[in-house]
Design a protein around this ligand. Sequence first.
Ligand SMILES: CC(C)(COP(=O)(O)OP(=O)(O)OC[C@H]1O[C@@H](n2cnc3c(N)ncnc32)[C@H](O)[C@@H]1OP(=O)(O)O)[C@@H](O)C(=O)NCCC(=O)NCCS
Length: 392
Amino acid sequence: MDECRPILNTGLRGFKVATSRISDVNGDIGKIIYRGYLIQDLAQKSSFEEVVYLLLYEKMPNKEELNAFEARLAAERQLAPEFIDALKTRPKDALPMDILQSGVAMLAHHDPDVRELSNEASSRMGLKLIAKFPTVMAAWDRIRNNKEPVDPLPELGHAANFLYMLTGEVPDEEVARFLDVCLVLHAEHTFNASTFAAREVASTRAHMYAAVAAAVGSLSGELHGGANVRVMEMLLKIGSIDKVEDYVKAQLDAGKVIFGLGHAVYKVDDPRAHILAPMSKKMGERVGQPQWFDISTELEKKGKAIFKERKGIDIFTNVDFYSASLYYTMGIPLDFFTPIFAIARISGWAAHVIEEQYAGAAEKPVLYRPESEYVGDYCGPETCEFVPLEDR
Ligand SMILES: CC(C)(COP(=O)(O)OP(=O)(O)OC[C@H]1O[C@@H](n2cnc3c(N)ncnc32)[C@H](O)[C@@H]1OP(=O)(O)O)[C@@H](O)C(=O)NCCC(=O)NCCS
């Protein structure tokens, strides 16, 4: 190996690989927009369904358009009986994100749209996936707990339906609205790892399901969608406010990360963390478990201060920091935190896949094909002499 050659490990940080009309993130000032609209406005004033419409069809819907769109989602929520039967054959301890990823591939088997390469077919497939993600995950949670899946209710919205299908009980309006806001906040976030994975697969002209399955795999990792699970495990391990400082020091001493802090893009707190924090506080109080929010705020304070002291640089809270305690106090199983992220982000993935394939030749990137810097063997200036197996 040539020792002088620099090792490339860019993670594509800072490279702009395509133009996009879908969203923008300014990490220096903590600003997120979806198709021109500020995330704070969308979180406060709109529903997840409105945001999905915005992402897919590039405008905020009027009342009539929204009603029609909600009816289409309602019509697509149900799963085919053979799909449910297939889920019942899975091992009960399968990872939920693996169930989701294989579920996406299985849904493709039932959809004739996979054979049509067009904007309309892609849009239809995206809508079906958005509608079905909560049903698949709720059905899986019930099946793994030896319960029968619950059919969606047409009169409930997306977030409320998920909670209903998960628990079998129509959720309280405030709790459903908390989840609705979480879905809005997680719906889209530019060229993050999973979105890039989806777009990369879409650039080969593979269909929506293939692209989304790749994105689900990408989101399952603990440095991406899996981080909120790690945050909650951390909070449970810490257990009380007085143990926070020692925990932070021990983690940093051991060269380990504190989940929920740090981000590849933000140089300030993620604005979504500021929207999630008060909901986490309120939800904790509602269920008589305020400690998870309290430990989180202490961890934020101590984590930031000790990190600055040790590294001389600032660190900031990311979106996973307060969503963890919020989901936990909502009664969501830990291993469903990342699936909830996926239930939201499928809307962004769908919009990106459509943009990747149909944005118009001038704007659309060609098939992604980056390069690597070879630093392996050459056996000197020449290539290696091939030695037959029996002579090695
Ligand atoms: C997201 C993440 C991978 C970004 O990493 P990054 O792009 O390397 O971030 P930075 O360049 O700002 O990191 C600067 C330094 O701080 C360290 N650092 C960053 N986040 C850290 C954290 N949460 N805990 C401890 N150290 C951290 C990095 O390892 C790096 O150290 P080094 O200079 O010794 O290599 C990283 O912050 C992380 O692992 N966070 C925890 C996981 C998480 O919450 N992920 C969800 C993201 S939404």
